[in-house]
Design a protein around this ligand. Structure first.
Ligand code: ARG
Length: 568
């Protein structure tokens, strides 16, 4: 497809000394169509060129010699150079492109580069609660989008399956295992056992000692302890998988923390050889003061155990070797900012520079419910499973009320409920905190998942009413030159550009925003233009535009992890 921004940037590059990439970044798309379709602001050139930006804009415009038909006109307004697109040519381009693409917007720019996305990573024997919702959904959306653009993506679930708490769990199981039927609601029961053993440990020093010993045995690969640990892990996985299935989320690897515990010695050896290890009250640490991080990175506890950071360092080495990654993204809450700063610094001594530079923490904000912050201690942790169930239930009530005759209500409610949770989660910028509120997420008229689904369903029913999908080569693009049709065409044209931005900024909310823009533009198009009408030529063009709007809505939603119902 024609790359309009690049073409414009090419002209400006020739007329100035600014680099093409920089120009592309600065090109704007004016909201009002009277100001052109693309605009280049000249303010920032004023200082360098010691001239008024308006004059610079005029001078650049004079130097531009348009070579293709897609740009119809250039105008200077104030400090802006405005470019007007030939509507017919763009519409034709978009129609042809969608018609020939197997999947519209799919790309090869990833060129097989290896991208690791580490996401979800819940802790075994602990609740899979809404604190893990964003990592799971952001990771999944990035995974899908990268893949769609031709990257070789590797999705890793870095399971939290290691830690001294398992020594306690083993002791609890020995003492009370008989009392619990762990096959049923295993995580709740394991949490219960854990709370119970913790209370006992506080009273009884001897029990605590037994727990410590269990953990030691586990580290030494004692058969009985390992078997129990496996049991806890398997039971937890069954519950996690239920959620992943519900959300249709897959991973290429579930290699958890425990598998890296043994690499501690290797890491200490390398760091020692490089003179980076220091002793501090019996523990081994790496000082990071000289790079501006005042808290040192702990590598080994005084009792000789590995810690979270050591296992992460081992994982970096393993991933570099196994996947030869170009980027390794960690989708983890901002509470762990310091941890990632530390390990990325220490990684400089463990892996090649090219790998170290590819490490990136995609930090996200907290989710809370309108009732207040979620906290384990207050007992108001909300499990992802319960959140999804509740949302599906509420979606069903709304559907029941709005469209009682609908077929397959259960299936639709599931898509709408889950879609509402996903869209809501992905509509806030990653770094910001967010509140999950059912009324907002399920508002069919708001900027929500159900609204996107509803818009898609509407495109379907229009096509059904028309009774046919026109052939692309028969569409007269001139019939799509009105403001509303053309707005929609421009948005559809931008689809791949949006996906590229999602990967460049690691920000799925760019895509969710885009889908809202499409849905709104479609709604204006639909309200202003009669689609089914007397004039067959006009009708064909409008039905076709409706059809391709549906394609982009569905494909975009799928990349976020949202499924479209055909009716709702
Ligand atoms: N299991 C951890 C938690 O639930 C998240 C793991 C994040 N990933 C990592 N490589 N440290 O808090």
């Amino acid at each position: 497809m024609i790359k309009i921004k690049e073409e414009i940037a090419g002209y400006i590059e020739k007329a100035t000394s600014i680099k093409k990439e920089e120009i592309i970044e600065n090109i704007e798309t004016p909201k009002e169509s009277t100001k052109g379709d693309y605009a280049f602001p000249c303010f920032r050139l004023a200082k360098e060129m010691k001239k008024a930006p308006q004059i610079i804009a005029e001078e650049i415009k004079e130097k531009i010699e348009i070579k293709s038909e897609i740009i119809e006109k250039i105008e200077v307004v104030g400090a802006y150079i405005n470019f007007y697109i030939n509507k017919k040519i763009l519409a034709k381009e978009v129609i042809e492109e969608i018609d020939k693409a197997e999947k519209y917007g799919q790309g090869t720019i990833g060129n097989g580069k290896n991208i690791i996305i580490e996401y979800s990573s819940p802790n075994i024997a602990k609740p899979f609660h809404i604190g893990h919702l964003r990592t799971t959904l952001i990771g999944n959306a990035l995974y899908r989008t990268y893949k769609y653009l031709g990257y070789n993506t590797i999705g890793i679930n870095h399971l939290g399956d290691y830690g001294t708490q398992f020594g306690k769990m083993i002791e609890a199981y020995k003492m009370w295992g008989q009392e619990y039927n762990l096959e049923e609601n295993p995580i709740d029961k394991m949490v219960d056992m854990y709370v119970r053993i913790n209370a006992l440990c506080k009273e009884d020093e001897e029990v605590l000692e037994m727990c410590r010993n269990n953990f030691k045995l586990l580290e030494e690969k004692d058969e009985y302890c390992t078997q129990l640990w496996n049991k806890f892990k398997d039971l937890s996985m069954i519950e996690f998988q239920k959620i992943y299935e519900l959300l249709d989320i897959k991973f290429d690897s579930f290699k958890g923390e425990a598998s890296y515990a043994e690499d501690k010695e290797k890491i200490i050896k390398i760091l020692e050889e490089k003179g980076k290890i220091e002793e501090s009250e019996g523990a081994k640490i790496v000082e990071l003061e000289d790079v501006g991080i005042s808290t040192p990175c702990l590598i080994q506890k005084a009792n000789g155990s590995s810690i979270y950071a050591t296992r992460d360092l081992a994982a970096i080495m393993y991933r570099a070797q196994t996947y030869d990654f170009d980027k390794c993204l960690y989708i983890v809450a901002y509470e762990q900012n310091l941890h990632f700063k530390q390990i990325f610094e220490v990684a400089k001594y463990l892996v090649d520079e090219k790998y170290q530079k590819g490490l990136k923490h995609v930090s996200y904000g907290m989710v809370s419910l309108p009732t207040g912050k979620m906290s384990t201690r207050l007992g108001n942790v909300l499990k992802i499973e319960d959140l999804l169930k509740e949302t599906i239930e509420r979606a069903k009530e709304i559907i029941e009320e709005k469209n009682p005759e609908l077929e397959e209500k259960e299936e639709v409610a599931k898509k709408v409920g889950i879609g509402a949770v996903i869209f809501n989660t992905l509509s806030t910028a990653t770094i910001k905190d967010q509140v999950f509120d059912w009324n907002t997420a399920l508002n069919f008229q708001g900027e929500t998942g159900p609204y996107i689904q509803y818009s898609f369903v509407r495109t379907n029913s229009i096509i059904e009413k028309a009774g046919y999908i026109p052939k692309a080569e028969e569409i007269d693009a001139e019939e799509l030159e009105d403001e509303y049709s053309f707005n929609l065409i421009k948005l559809i044209y931008n689809f791949q550009d949006i996906l590229i931005q999602v990967t460049e900024k690691e920000e799925p909310s760019i895509l969710s925003r885009y889908l809202i823009d499409i849905a709104k533009a479609f709604s204006s198009f639909y309200n202003e233009n009669k689609i089914i009408c007397e004039d067959k030529k006009i009708q064909d063009a409008r039905v076709y535009l409706t059809y391709i709007t549906g394609i982009v809505l569905k494909q975009g939603a799928e990349l976020l992890g949202i499924k479209m119902p055909n009716k709702m």
